[in-house]
Design a protein around this ligand. Structure first.
Ligand SMILES: C[S@@+](CC[C@H](N)C(=O)[O-])C[C@H]1O[C@@H](n2cnc3c(N)ncnc32)[C@H](O)[C@@H]1O
Length: 269
């Protein structure tokens, strides 16, 4: 299917999910060929700014904890967590990404559990995890983010952490360009219609969904989470690697990533 056009337009939830699954199955290899070195096979990198969990400690102490990753991709983060003694389980919608995860497992000899699951319908019992997290998984690709937050709240024990990294909402207003051209706002921050790529026959090939900061907070509060911290990683001096719209030029001026650190209402850790 060739791409006919890119546009901002509403996408029904089922169409977005089908597109995400198809896109990640079809592009897993290419995506990891481009970004696999930066992410590492058993490292936990939160974002293109290069913030690592080893330094950020956003999930708290994980040894012995039941930790679920949603939208895990090739499960690099869960593999690192397993190495730290966590009972790590990585889930993802895409069989293609999970196949890449199995290949990494074999190469490293470290294997977190792997489960194919849509983050909007998790096949786990209530309160069965201490921590749930994702680094750019699931949320950007669903039309119904409240369904993800609702499921995460259900499978987390009271007080358990839900930490997720997404593209910083501010970025929506700017072109997806890491250079000077990406510094001029061109699009409304308040336009919630997803960015879509549509084939000539009308099939939605890809959709990416924007939420304002206020939308994220409303979803979290609605699902019973308490917001503890919003981390906006700064672009480190000397870090030259570009990733899509991320790079040192914009990184010096604008945030690229937002990491929401929250816990399910109840006794926090
Ligand atoms: C950008 S990757 C994030 C994974 C990893 N942290 C990385 O940086 O490669 C996005 C992942 O979200 C997954 N995904 C998309 N929609 C999903 C959904 N509804 N439920 C679970 N995973 C989903 C994709 O299959 C993909 O593996």
């Amino acid at each position: 299917m060739s791409t006919e056009r890119a546009q901002f337009r509403p996408v029904p939830a089922a169409v977005a999910a089908a597109a995400a699954r198809r896109w990640w199955d079809g592009n897993a290899e290419e995506y990891l060929a481009e970004h696999g070195d930066f992410l590492g096979a058993g490292d936990f990198v939160w974002c293109p700014e290069g913030l690592r969990e080893a330094e950020a400690h956003l999930l708290g102490d994980v040894a012995g904890r039941r930790v679920l990753e949603v939208g895990a991709g090739a499960a690099q983060c869960s593999r690192w967590l397993a190495g730290q003694g966590a009972l790590a389980l990585a889930s993802d919608l895409s069989a293609g990404m999970l196949a890449a995860a199995r290949a990494y497992d074999e190469a490293l000899g470290v294997a977190p559990g792997l489960v194919q699951a849509d983050a909007r319908a998790l096949p786990f019992a209530d309160a069965s995890f201490d921590v749930v997290f994702t680094a750019f998984g699931a949320l950007p690709f669903v039309a119904d983010a409240d369904a993800v937050h609702g499921e995460v709240a259900r499978v987390l024990r009271p007080g358990g952490r839900w930490v997720f990294a997404v593209t910083h909402p501010l970025r929506w207003a700017f072109p997806d360009d890491p250079g000077e051209a990406g510094l001029t706002a061109f699009h409304s921050y308040f336009d919630r219609r997803p960015y879509t790529e549509v084939a000539a026959d009308g099939t939605v090939l890809y959709s990416e969904h924007h939420r304002t900061l206020g939308d994220h907070v409303a979803h979290l509060v609605g699902a019973g989470f308490v917001l503890d911290r919003l981390v906006e990683p700064e672009w480190p001096a000397g870090h030259e690697r570009e990733w899509g719209g991320w790079g040192p030029v914009r990184g010096a001026l604008l945030p690229g990533t937002a990491i929401f650190c929250t816990h399910r209402a109840g006794t926090a850790d």
